[in-house]
Design a protein around this ligand. Structure first.
Ligand SMILES: NC(=O)c1ccc[n+]([C@@H]2O[C@H](COP(=O)([O-])OP(=O)(O)OC[C@H]3O[C@@H](n4cnc5c(N)ncnc54)[C@H](O)[C@@H]3O)[C@@H](O)[C@H]2O)c1
Length: 255
């Protein structure tokens, strides 16, 4: 299998490093608008080569996006139209219903998949299953160190309280988890989100509370920041790598 990577930042770097050690992956193509980022990574790894998306597309089976919502809008259709699988980290881009339906249609026609890793949260499997029976309520409470969200405050402050659609619009880089949770469960309008900045915390906290016909779910996690980007949870990288392995592995665990 050959892999294309768009975005060689914190998550893209972790994915490329892991992919370099996976025997089923023969070749890894790197692309970043910041040429230094792809060059730095390319120097260290064995299977990599730098190419533009248009150049690498005919030669890959899977494309990993770890760049930005803008990159998704720029490349997703192209990737799917060429019949290639897409792993998408900047999932906030899917809050645009028209865009999501368009990608869904192309993927169906071309018989390829769009993989959205659980990212920085856990419990997506439970929400997916619970949604089949019917969910009454899903709430996400995200607590971040103020610096990781570009704020400074000296006491715990609620920055946002509302639905996932508005949360993703207001914090496009910081609350991708609200997007994945919405897509797995009650959608962008009915998923409740609270974003808290707390100067006392050093880890990024996510709490998911849900109830429905299945019963009640409560997931709480404290994420270590990614050493290469304090705004990104290390768990997001691990989830991306696990998704890549899931595409390769014959036995599919979970959901
Ligand atoms: N789903 C989740 O749970 C989750 C968690 C963390 C981050 N994310 C998202 O994943 C993406 C990557 O996160 P990160 O922490 O690695 O960010 P990062 O800032 O460390 O790296 C992003 C890299 O992408 C490059 N880039 C940006 N726009 C590009 C474009 N149009 N084409 C090519 N390269 C481009 C940048 O130059 C940078 O090197 C972000 O959009 C982030 O919001 C999702």
């Amino acid at each position: 299998m050959n892999l294309g990577i768009i975005g060689c930042g914190a998550i893209g770097t972790d994915v490329a490093e892991a992919a370099d050690t996976i025997k089923e992956i023969k070749k890894i193509y790197l692309f970043d608008i910041n040429k230094n980022a792809s060059r730095k990574l390319n120097k260290r790894l064995k299977k990599t080569e730098i190419k533009t998306v248009e150049e690498f597309l005919p030669n890959v089976d899977v494309v990993f996006e770890g760049a930005s919502q803008k990159a998704v809008r720029e490349y997703a259709e192209k990737i799917l139209n060429s019949g290639k699988e897409l792993i998408m980290m900047s999932v906030g881009s899917l809050f645009d219903e028209k865009f999501r339906m368009k990608l869904d249609k192309i993927a169906r026609e071309k018989k390829c998949k769009i993989y959205v890793p659980s990212g920085a949260i856990c419990g997506i499997d439970g929400i997916l299953s619970a949604n089949i029976g019917g969910l009454n309520e899903v709430t996400l409470v995200t607590t971040k160190p103020p610096s990781s969200i570009g704020k400074s405050c000296n006491k715990r402050s609620v920055l946002f309280k509302g639905n996932a659609r508005d949360a993703v619009k207001k914090y496009p880089k910081n609350i991708n988890v609200a997007a994945s949770l919405s897509l797995a469960g009650k959608g962008f309008d009915e998923t409740k989100v609270e974003i808290v900045a707390d100067p006392m915390v050093t880890r990024i906290g996510h709490k998911i509370l849900a109830n429905g016909k299945f019963g009640r779910l409560r997931v709480e996690l404290e994420n270590m920041p990614n050493p290469n980007n304090p705004g990104s949870s290390y768990m997001a990288s691990l989830s991306a790598i696990a998704t890549l392995k899931r595409i390769i592995d014959p036995i599919q665990i979970g959901v």
